[in-house]
Design a protein around this ligand. Structure first.
Ligand code: ADP
Ligand code: MG
Length: 345
């Protein structure tokens, strides 16, 4: 966590170098700092006259709080506040009736995908929240989450060394009125990628692959639909983020191509946990956690038979996708898919 007090003595040009995105904070607040880059932050804040403060309705204490929150949210979002995570361990707690969960502990290593299944209300989101919070007997389930085999230290817990993809799209207010391009530019700049334009194009294309309706680099972030902003977040996380843990809560409702999204998000460096009701997503995981009455009830490995089944399920999904797009285009649905022509259906 960055404290504004620690930055006040720094020259604006140095702060800008370290956190390039601060300039857009000032711009968004209609403050022109271009003349004042040799001032320290405190000198800058103090240089306004009483009349200017009143005339432009500048509230310095509030601005300090906002700037601190903005920098911290951006750092968190950009994945720059992370330590290397190679495994997480879930140590059993209690179900909704106070019974001990029927497993002892489960360790998930990087490059593993774990799905979480169970009826609505069973406690899937609760488990994801326990992981995000790095619970330490301090949630209703009394589970303990270890990071790299150790209890997460306070810093790790509160600096959110794990980023929740599903939460990102709800948490977009801090990007203010940027266009998609400006937003991605900021992100790419802070991650110091050298092929910025190429990366931005890649993220946009990936996001448009996921979202039903296409958007452009010039589109303001605030004009994106729920599905589009989720798609942008997912593509951005997949391509630019260093976040080691990806938690996905029922992407099937987000109006995006969920299987493509998962493929994009998974890579060797990441630990992926995903709550889902979708059989083909569930079977893409190495293991699945079955939740019942708030507790982990079973842990099932995806075996060869299920992997085989997954291939058939994927064909069915493709058929449904084809029909969905025909429907959208106003076409009549036809039996020309191989599942029909081969007589399977
Ligand atoms: N072990 C538990 N002990 C107490 N409350 C729990 C437990 N597990 C889940 N809950 C609560 O049950 C409710 C439903 O859980 P939730 O995770 O939202 O279900 P799901 O995502 O599977 O639909 C939530 O209020 C959650 O906090
Ligand atoms: Mg849920």
């Amino acid at each position: 966590m960055i404290k504004i007090k620690e930055l006040e003595g720094e020259k604006i040009k140095l702060i800008e170098k370290q956190y390039p995105f601060v300039l857009s904070f000032f711009e968004n607040n209609k403050l022109d700092v271009t003349q004042y880059k040799d001032y320290t932050l405190l000198q800058y804040f103090n240089h306004f006259t009483e009349e200017e403060l009143v005339e432009w309705a500048i509230d310095i204490p509030k601005m300090k709080i906002d700037l601190e929150a903005y920098i911290n949210q951006m750092l968190q979002f950009l994945g720059l506040d992370k330590e290397k995570v190679t495994s997480i361990t879930i140590i059993a707690g209690k179900d909704k009736y106070g019974n001990k969960e029927s497993f002892h502990k489960l360790t998930v290593n990087k490059s593993e995908i774990i799905s979480i299944v169970g009826p609505t209300g069973a406690g899937k989101s609760r488990l994801l929240a326990d992981i995000e919070w790095a619970a330490n007997k301090d949630t209703p389930t009394e589970r303990i989450i270890l990071i790299n085999g150790e209890p997460a230290n306070k810093d790790m817990r509160f600096s959110t060394s794990n980023k929740l993809v599903a939460q990102l799209s709800q948490n977009m207010n801090f990007v203010m009125d940027l266009t998609v391009n400006e937003f991605l530019e900021l992100h790419a700049k802070s991650r110091m990628v050298d092929n910025e334009e190429e990366i931005i194009k890649k993220i946009l294309d990936a996001a448009n692959e996921l979202a039903g309706e296409k958007f452009k680099l010039e589109t303001p972030i605030t004009a994106l639909s729920g599905g589009q902003s989720r798609a942008l977040m997912i593509a951005d996380t997949a391509i630019l983020s260093t976040s080691p843990i990806v938690l996905i809560d029922e992407i099937e409702n987000a109006g995006i191509d969920r299987k493509k999204a998962l493929k994009l998000l998974v890579n060797e460096e990441k630990i992926v946990l995903m709550a889902t009701h979708d059989p083909s997503l569930a079977l893409m995981a190495n293991k699945r956690i079955v939740i019942r009455n708030g507790g982990i009830y079973k842990i099932i490995e995806t075996d060869e038979e299920e992997k085989c089944l997954l291939k058939s399920l994927e064909k069915v999904d493709m058929l449904i996708n084809e029909m969905r797009s025909s429907l959208r285009e106003g076409e009549k649905l036809k039996k020309n898919n191989e599942l029909f022509t081969s007589g399977i259906l």
